[in-house]
Design a protein around this ligand. Structure first.
Ligand SMILES: NC(=O)C1=CN([C@@H]2O[C@H](COP(=O)(O)OP(=O)(O)OC[C@H]3O[C@@H](n4cnc5c(N)ncnc54)[C@H](O)[C@@H]3O)[C@@H](O)[C@H]2O)C=CC1
Ligand SMILES: O=C([O-])CC(=O)C(=O)O
Length: 290
């Protein structure tokens, strides 16, 4: 099995890795990878929302998806790059344009939201995070991150106020880190931990292990949002099975109703970005496109 932890310097022979210019020759040097993990991209500065990274990072999705289409169209493609809620729909649109889109194989890594939930709940209950199991659904920014505390195992027996505070802390944990690092980046190390965990799960799935379940952001028809994170079984070809949406309290369902239009809007913006970029690429280098 071949895989690569990708930075664009690996897939662009020109080594032009700073932003989307539209004049790139897509000559991938990586051939035949089974798994491509993308961590390249600008991190947030204090005061920024993740959406604001799209101008800087949208081109990463376009170029990597194009390179994967040419070099390893059957690979699983997993993005860490923010804004995850837009980057994944962007990449999907580019893969579609190249005729190689398989929704089972494209992921936005949301594992850090699960890692944080396990840590904060573990601290609150005075137990190890390893013993906490909780689904985190939705997307990967602010209110789109929805930890289902009522579904936590063991039971998280706290009042509504404490539950709300903890939910908010999980949703804003990335911002907490960005502010603490004061311009020096975002949650790089905890993401490395979360990314390694998720990639290990993907590899176990590819390797044929049964019952590998992760919450991850993928194409989905479980809700009105076209891309959505929920618990999935991973397998040889990526997504093997969508588990049904977990049970929710009334308050969690209300939160779900509020986040779905945000995810729909994010997906539309990602798709729009892809279409515009493909047009620009076509003008600049028609031979690189289908
Ligand atoms: N999905 C998630 O839960 C998380 C996502 N992130 C995102 O991951 C990305 C990377 O974050 P860090 O590793 O902390 O940042 P970093 O600044 O430590 O590393 C980013 C790397 O990407 C490269 N890079 C930047 N723009 C590029 C471009 N246009 N083309 C090619 N390479 C480019 C840089 O040269 C650098 O090597 C950011 O977009 C960040 O928001 C970070 C933490 C968690
Ligand atoms: O907050 C950020 O910008 C980085 C990130 O996605 C996270 O830490 O969850």
């Amino acid at each position: 099995m071949k895989g690569i932890a990708a930075d664009l310097s690996h897939v662009s022979q020109k080594g032009n890795v700073t932003g989307f210019t539209g004049d790139v020759e897509l000559e991938p040097v990586v051939r035949g990878a089974d798994l491509v993990v993308v961590a390249a991209g600008m991190p947030r500065l204090p005061g920024m929302q993740r959406d604001q990274l799209m101008a800087a990072n949208g081109g990463v999705a376009v170029r990597v998806a194009t390179a994967v289409s040419n070099a390893c169209p059957g690979a699983l493609l997993a993005f860490i790059t923010n804004p995850v809620n837009m980057i994944v729909p962007t990449a999907a649109e580019v893969l579609k344009a190249h005729g190689v889109y398989d929704p089972r194989r494209l992921f936005g890594i949301t594992t850090l939201d699960v890692v944080r939930s396990k840590k904060f709940i573990g601290d609150s209950m005075n137990i190890s995070p390893n013993d906490v199991h909780i689904p985190v659904i939705g997307g990967h920014a602010g209110i789109t991150i929805l930890p289902l505390l009522t579904q936590c195992q063991p039971k998280f027996k706290r009042g509504l106020e404490e539950t709300k505070q903890l939910t908010h802390r999980i949703q804003e944990a990335g911002t907490e880190v960005v502010n603490a690092k004061a311009g020096k980046g975002s949650a790089t190390l905890s993401m490395a931990f979360a990314g390694a965990h998720f990639v290990d799960s993907l590899l176990r799935g590819i390797g044929g292990q049964e019952g590998v379940i992760e919450c991850v952001f993928v194409a989905s028809d479980l809700t009105e949002a076209p891309f959505f994170a929920s618990p999935l079984e991973l397998g040889k070809y990526g997504v093997k099975r969508y588990l049904p949406l977990p049970q929710m309290s009334d308050s969690e369902r209300e939160s779900l109703d509020k986040l779905l239009p945000v995810l729909q809007q994010n997906a539309n913006e990602g798709i729009e970005f892809a279409r515009k970029s493909l047009k620009e690429l076509e003008k600049a280098a028609p031979a690189a496109l289908p």
